[in-house]
Design a protein around this ligand. Structure first.
Ligand code: HPA
Length: 274
């Protein structure tokens, strides 16, 4: 039986396919600071989210909302320039709709990027962290509700969400280009407020290395659909209480912008080898 969530997804898919027939292999979600990654892509077409009937449109400053279709070397990619965050007030099913849509378009690999606050005391602002695993218990699970059998199974295994082969590729690219790459566990909280120092202490006790407001729900939805997933986080600041100063969105954006050249290189060169 078809659900409302599935009907909406398929209606967005039909709306995309009326305009564009591009079939991507890799889906790339651009987090803060990677917004101008389009310059690294041989762009074939763009599609503004507002042109897709029923598609959730982002309201965050600095998050343009469009799909970019094109090639990195000869790898066909679809890029989300601007993602949808739960804290904007969307249903969790809308937050993961774009991820599901990119899989329906043909993407087998999901490359997530984001900005985070560093909790691991070995981390510095400006570091990159490749996700080895995540903690999802602070954000609603996007698979709650009637299972969409067309997309995946009711109880998906979560033992290896972040693909080991993709992690190996990213690690070698970082090594070859002298880019410092941390590895660790990321937790998604809902935001939009940053965490309190007590919350960061709690997360630290739970072995969380970096915290942010996105990614995990997208990874769960993609894993449900059988995508290969990887994620690199730009640790833009040290988390509350670890940092001596108050946190601002501007500081996060500035740190992400400074890290952007290396971040782009790491993403671009990794995709070429996928
Ligand atoms: N907390 C949550 N999300 C973030 C942070 C943070 O410190 N920095 C960048 N995104």
């Amino acid at each position: 039986m078809s659900t409302k969530v599935y009907e909406k997804l398929m209606s967005c898919y039909d709306s995309v396919r009326e305009k564009i027939d591009f079939v991507p292999k890799v889906a790339l979600v651009l987090g803060s600071g990677l917004g101008d990654f389009a310059k690294d892509i041989k762009v074939e077409a763009t599609l503004s989210y507002s042109e897709i009937d029923g598609f959730p449109v982002s309201t965050v400053p600095g998050h343009a909302g469009q799909f970019i279709f094109g090639y990195i070397d000869d790898v066909p990619v679809v890029c989300m320039q601007g993602r949808v965050h739960y804290y904007e007030g969307y249903d969790i099913s809308d937050v993961v709709l774009p991820t599901r849509l990119m899989k329906l378009m043909g993407a087998e690999v999901l490359f997530l990027t984001n900005a985070s606050g560093g909790i691991n005391t070995n981390f510095s602002a400006g570091d990159f962290m490749m996700l080895t695993d995540h903690i999802s218990i602070f954000a609603p699970n996007p698979l709650i509700g009637q299972n969409i059998d067309e997309l995946g199974t009711r109880f998906p295994d979560m033992s290896t969400v972040y693909d080991k082969e993709l992690q190996d590729i990213i690690e070698s690219v970082a090594k070859e280009n002298n880019i410092k790459l941390q590895k660790g566990i990321y937790a998604q909280l809902t935001g939009p407020s940053f965490e309190s120092p007590a919350e960061i202490q709690l997360l630290s006790k739970l072995s969380v290395d970096a915290v942010g407001m996105s990614t995990v729900v997208e990874a769960i939805a993609a894993n449900h659909m059988g995508m290969k997933i990887c994620c690199i986080s730009c640790v833009c600041n040290l988390a509350a209480g670890i940092s001596k100063t108050a946190l601002t969105h501007e500081e996060v954006q500035q740190a992400a912008a400074e890290a952007a050249p290396k971040f782009k290189l790491l993403v671009r060169e990794s995709i070429k080898r996928f």
